[in-house]
Design a protein around this ligand. Structure first.
Ligand code: BGC
Length: 250
């Protein structure tokens, strides 16, 4: 079965047709820059252009970088504040004529990793963290998701953890791998202390460079890189279009 998934990010809005049996892109992805300012109207228009590109007429799933409850955006840490309170699902639906399921971006990436990637077959407590512009989290127990966890915002040294340990901080402050890994390590120790996961999966673009920082971590819990890398957002979003966010992990 082929499904369309769209990943709405801070810098790009990416779409791709996904082969749901294999959990892979079935063709080229299509990317447009996220408009600036990324207001609800301009982002909706860009999402509609992505849907048009694929000439898609069936349901669509999208990952969105905020808390999304019952189709409504509830937070705006790394997106335009104008999104708060907006019904993102109905907006995308009206602009495209397609049914939309919109979920938190890390939740859908986690879903893809649990179904097809690094979390496959893991029945315990799994925590996926996406280290990117911000930090997104997805928490699973026995393959079931607790939606909209926001562990990127636990407080560390008086500020949101994502302001210390996101990958964007590493690049902006030109931190060495060692310095940044120490920040990530402190953060993982905190999460470990509260959540006691069996497995931590590190996603986001930086997971491609996992050799540079995973070996420097001292946390006891097993930490592995995401397997779907940058595609997890699109693949997981596509799965969300089925309306099943609690997919079996095997
Ligand atoms: C947001 C999360 C999102 C994460 C990654 C955070 O700032 O609060 O909802 O999942 O960034 O985009």
């Amino acid at each position: 079965m082929e499904l369309l998934g769209i990943d709405v990010g801070g810098t790009g809005i990416k779409g791709g047709i996904v082969d749901a049996e294999r959990g892979e892109l079935a063709g080229e992805r299509f990317r447009l820059d996220t408009p600036h300012p990324a207001t609800p109207e301009s982002v909706t228009e860009t999402v509609a252009r992505v849907v048009q590109h694929f000439n898609w007429k069936a349901p669509v799933g999208a990952g969105f970088p905020a808390v999304v409850r019952r189709g409504m955006v509830e937070t705006a840490a790394n997106i335009d504040a104008g999104w708060i309170g907006r019904k993102v699902e109905s907006m995308f639906q009206e602009a495209t004529g397609c049914d939309f399921s919109v979920r938190n971006d890390a939740d859908v990436a986690g879903l893809a990793e649990m179904r097809y990637g690094a979390g496959r077959g893991c029945d315990g407590v799994v925590l996926l963290l996406t280290l990117g512009t911000g930090i997104g989290s997805a928490l699973f127990n026995g393959g079931r998701l607790v939606p909209n966890t926001e562990f990127g915002h636990i407080e560390m040294d008086g500020r949101s953890a994502e302001r210390r340990a996101a990958d964007s901080v590493r690049t902006r402050k030109k931190l060495s791998w060692k310095k940044w890994a120490k920040r990530v390590d402190d953060y993982l120790h905190r999460l470990d202390f509260y959540l006691w996961p069996d497995l931590i999966i590190i996603g986001g673009g930086v997971s491609r460079k996992h050799e540079s920082f995973l070996p420097l971590l001292t946390v006891k819990t097993k930490v592995v890189p995401a397997m779907l890398r940058n595609d997890a957002g699109i693949v997981g979003a596509a799965c969300a279009s089925l309306g099943q966010l609690q997919l079996p992990t095997h």
